[in-house]
Design a protein around this ligand. Structure first.
Ligand code: SF4
Length: 585
């Protein structure tokens, strides 16, 4: 049912009370990213630290969730333990559809439980259950318990944390339905700080579709467009790991802590190799006919009993880069072994891999010793990295506690800033050049998905900082509307403004449909204003020296152009966040 307001459930873990609240603003903030910032303004505290129990943990969906294919994502928003500023993290899985079927547009969790708890919520009932016996359990074991406790399949979603989240690591993720993650910027620590081990969402209400004639026709058209395209078959067949070989050929793949941008033996972790020897099956987020989630297997041998245990582990380009090329591990089964440990611990895989890559080089350079790393980290040594991931998650000693606060925190403490591969947070798996480095370093989520800087690098030879900054601002604006609808960004080529307008119209959101440019501009500014209000200063962001030392297919990175572009983009972001009247295009 469409509404001109948002139906939000608020849950206070200190008092144990919950309520359904109607929040105005549908035509101004749409949903998803826009709604998350809107709710943070209402329930969040700009000046209090991330771990103040009053800070909210917010989950939102969009106005088209459930109505069209690939509207499958959920936004999670919070004040981040990574930088103590407002942050968003996005995940697929089943939570978006489960919330739609629970007749909710958003969940806002405040307070802190006195003992470990989990939340079970549906359309008619909300329960907070004590689960002290799950504290300390890894993500897999916790998932088994939750599936047993909250029986039923279909539109049920289970979000949970592992040991990294429990101890408040800024690198802790929230696992979403086993194979997806709210990975970046420490959402898992926010749950841990609240003593919240997991959330079960039951989509237990009915969900009526529009009865007009246009809707089914449009649905069919959109479905066809999404499933007929070459792009979608690419995501289904090999998945995002299809990028490994082309990036390696371009000399744009981060290898061994970005000391290299390609490796002659990369075929061992290519998408083709994974598909040939390690792929078990594909999986999909709810409401997605594409199914880009690739699941491989790891095999554990119990020598005494002479038997094997097989576990299923999902893989994508980013985990492969972070635990593979970045660590010099070029065998797909060894990569899956490391990802398996990361999953158990509830770590963000990109942060974990990049952090250990820095630690390995720091050890090689002698600025830290085995006293700090406990084990002799060596590029290519998967067994060592499996152990080190556990130390990183558990914060075994002072070194790992510091490293788990962020690679740059450790780099400052141990004097290794020049080779810390940090762009706002640990880098993503692209070393394409100046536009990407700027875009991730300054981007709202410090994500490779904030804007297509990596693609701009590949398409453009000219070094015009003004044009590049224009592109980044404009591209972010388009993406912000998509993430407010909560479409998967893989579908961004199909879901342009025109099609989104038709979709909104067919469902009944006619005002939103007629004001997409204004609403997306408003949301873009609202998000930046919220970020600035929590302390972000784009001028203070620096890009470590390592990023200027590399060579890509275009030649050596142009440090001067990188600096000019960074300054120009910082200026644009400041305009977005501070001046409501200034035109952004
Ligand atoms: S394309 Fe992949 S990530 Fe996107 S909605 Fe489908 S399964 Fe999920």
């Amino acid at each position: 049912m469409i509404r001109d307001y948002f139906r939000v459930v608020t849950i206070n873990l200190t008092s144990g009370q919950s309520a359904i609240v109607e929040v105005e603003g549908r035509n101004e903030v749409a949903g998803g990213s826009g709604l998350a910032a809107h709710l943070f303004a209402k329930y969040g505290h700009m000046d209090k630290p991330w771990d103040d129990p009053e800070q909210p943990l917010i989950f939102t969906i969009g106005p088209l969730t459930g109505y069209f294919p690939l509207m499958s994502k959920t936004v999670c928003a919070f004040k981040s333990p990574y930088h103590n500023q407002y942050a968003e993290s996005h995940a697929g899985g089943r939570s978006a559809l489960a919330l739609r079927f629970a007749d909710l547009d958003a969940v806002v969790i405040t307070g802190k439980a006195s003992k470990p708890v989990c939340i079970s919520l549906g359309s008619r009932r909300i329960e907070i259950k004590e689960v002290h016996y799950l504290w300390g359990m890894d993500v897999y074991a916790t998932g088994k318990y939750f599936r047993h406790m909250f029986r039923g399949s279909g539109h049920r979603s289970i979000l949970r944390i592992g040991p990294a989240g429990e101890r408040g690591s800024p690198m802790a993720c929230i696992n979403a339905d086993t194979y997806r993650h709210f990975g970046r910027l420490g959402g898992g620590a926010v749950m841990g700080m609240k003593n919240l081990k997991g959330i079960s969402i039951r989509g237990d209400a009915t969900f009526l579709l529009p009865e007009n004639k246009d809707y089914p026709k449009l649905f069919e058209e959109v479905h066809k467009q999404l499933t007929d395209t070459e792009m979608m078959s690419k995501y289904h067949d090999l998945g995002t790991p299809i990028n490994v070989i082309p990036l390696n050929k371009l000399r744009a793949l981060p290898v061994r802590n970005l000391q290299q941008t390609s490796d002659p033996n990369i075929a061992g972790i290519s998408g083709e190799k994974f598909a040939e020897v390690a792929l078990l099956r594909n999986n999909a987020c709810s409401g997605c006919p594409v199914g880009c989630i690739h699941i491989g297997f790891v095999r554990e041998r119990f020598a005494k009993e002479n038997r094997y245990l097989y576990r299923q582990v999902s893989y994508d380009h980013e985990p492969i880069f972070a635990t593979g090329s970045m660590l010099g591990v070029l065998d797909c089964f060894k990569v899956l072994d490391i990802i398996d440990v990361v999953e158990r611990m509830g770590l963000d895989v990109m942060s974990g891999g990049v952090a250990l890559a820095w630690a390995t080089e720091a050890l090689e350079k002698g600025i830290i010793s085995e006293k700090e790393t406990i084990i002799p980290l060596k590029f290519g040594d998967a067994e060592g990295y499996k152990e080190a991931m556990q130390h990183l998650a558990m914060g075994t000693n002072e070194f790992y506690q510091t490293l788990s606060k962020g690679t740059m925190v450790a780099a400052e403490r141990y004097n290794g800033k020049d080779f810390a591969c940090v762009l706002g947070q640990e880098m993503a798996g692209y070393a394409t050049g100046e536009a990407f480095f700027t875009s991730q370093a300054l981007g709202f989520r410090h994500s490779h998905l904030d804007s297509a800087g990596y693609s701009y690098d590949q398409k453009t030879e000219e070094k015009d900082a003004g044009k590049a900054a224009d592109f980044l601002v404009k591209d972010e604006q388009g993406r912000v509307f998509i993430t407010s609808m909560l479409a998967c960004l893989f579908a961004r080529g199909v879901y342009n403004d025109e099609l989104l307008g038709k979709c909104l119209n067919s469902v009944g959101y006619t005002d939103l449909a007629s004001s997409i440019p204004d609403v997306s501009r408003h949301i873009q500014k609202l998000r930046w204003r919220t970020r600035f209000a929590t302390g972000f200063d784009p001028k203070s962001v620096s890009i470590p020296k390592r990023f200027t030392e590399i060579v890509t297919w275009k030649g050596k990175i142009d440090a001067e152009y990188l600096q000019t572009l960074k300054d120009e983009y910082a200026k644009r972001i400041i305009e977005l966040g501070t001046d409501d009247n200034k035109k952004t295009e």
